[in-house]
Design a binder for this molecule. Structure first.
Ligand code: FES
Length: 347
């Protein structure tokens, strides 16, 4: 640990922390746009400016805290500099928030409100780009991009796919897939991590578009594989309208695969079986759980009676929870009396 002063307060800081993390640990707020805990800070947006003891304006997210350092996060100079930065960003960002799918809830708009910036302080210098919409999972509207580079870093550093990189420089710099080609022809895995980190409306998930905001969230475990990623389901009117990650302590951190993030719409699919089916006279017919379980029990019982417990085998699933898998092996060994139990992950 080391000591530094933030806004006149002596604070203890973990060695290696940035000024931003040191301030966060001390409960001191510094606004950010291009920073995310899952990726390396690069100090590109400059919204997190603070003033050090020598009167220099430095970016808090990527400037390391030093022993004995003193910074001010709310001086007049700092607030003016942050406002100027925001005015510049907004001069190149469309302010049609009423038709933007982020619906006034992007981090840029929140900061503008917080700092009293309207977006009309500087002449408008918009760089309109066509919306790229050729994949089923997300759309890209680079007119709204603020070139923070979060999507590029998320794809390279966290997902390891490296599908995006920054093209061009200065005000025209934008993330591009491959050689500025279509996303679906690149190495993009459609994991959606970049979409979840985008602070504005440049990257938007398609499935929840026009469904509105969630009314509540539910934490659960992904049903797709044995990794057991923690999901945060966004629920509106009893339906899943989106899936998020980033629950502290979860095995997946902020990451999900394409199935976990975009594949949970099967829950509401009309073809989904919600009741057991039993074959009767060659036809599958819907029956109650009591009847279905009764049929399984009586047929299992008949086989065991005729040929012994080892005539039966159980195959469990990586899509079931550990507890369900435990119960099945317990049922096989303790109730039926066979060790013929295996798991699809070993096949
Ligand atoms: Fe620090 Fe963008 S948040 S420069």
């Amino acid at each position: 640990m080391m000591e530094m002063v933030i806004d006149g307060r002596q604070v203890e800081v973990m060695e290696g922390s940035s000024i931003l993390r040191a301030a966060e640990a001390a409960g001191i707020y510094i606004p950010t746009l291009c920073e995310h805990p899952a990726v390396r800070a690069i100090g590109s947006c400059r919204v997190c400016l603070v003033e050090d003891e020598a009167g220099r304006l430095v970016t808090a997210c990527d400037t390391p805290a030093r022993e004995g350092m003193a910074v001010r996060t709310v001086s007049e100079r700092v607030l003016d500099a942050r406002k100027a930065v925001l005015e510049l960003i907004l001069s190149a960002h469309p302010m049609h928030c009423e038709v933007c799918e982020k619906n006034n809830l992007c981090r840029l708009k929140k900061l503008a409100v917080e700092m009293g910036v309207t977006g009309r302080e500087l002449p408008f210098a918009q760089d309109y780009r066509p919306i790229v919409d050729a994949n089923p999972f997300y759309h890209r509207d680079l007119s709204k991009c603020i070139s923070c580079g979060l999507c590029v870093r998320a794809c390279l550093e966290t997902q390891g796919a490296g599908a995006f990189e920054m093209h061009a420089t200065g005000a025209r710099a934008r993330p591009a897939a491959g050689k500025d080609g279509p996303v679906d022809g690149s190495s993009c895995e459609f994991c959606g991590l970049c979409v979840s980190m985008c602070p504005v409306g440049a990257l938007m998930e398609k499935p929840p578009l026009r469904l509105g905001r969630e009314e509540r969230t539910v934490r659960t475990t992904c049903p797709y594989c044995g990794v057991g990623c923690t999901l945060e389901l966004r629920i509106r009117e009893g339906r899943i309208i989106g899936v998020g990650a980033g629950i502290p302590g979860s095995p997946n951190g902020f990451s999900l695969c394409v199935k976990g993030r975009f594949g949970l719409d099967f829950v509401h699919h009309p073809d989904r079986l919600t009741k057991p089916l039993l074959r009767k006279n060659g036809e599958l017919v819907e029956v109650s759980w009591e009847e279905a379980l009764g049929a399984v029990a009586s047929r299992l019982g008949a086989v065991i009676e005729e040929s012994g417990p080892d005539a039966v085998a159980f195959l469990s699933s990586a899509k079931a929870t550990n507890e369900e898998n435990y119960l099945l092996q317990k049922f096989a060994r303790a109730v039926v009396g066979t060790n013929n139990i295996d798991h699809c992950a070993r096949l």
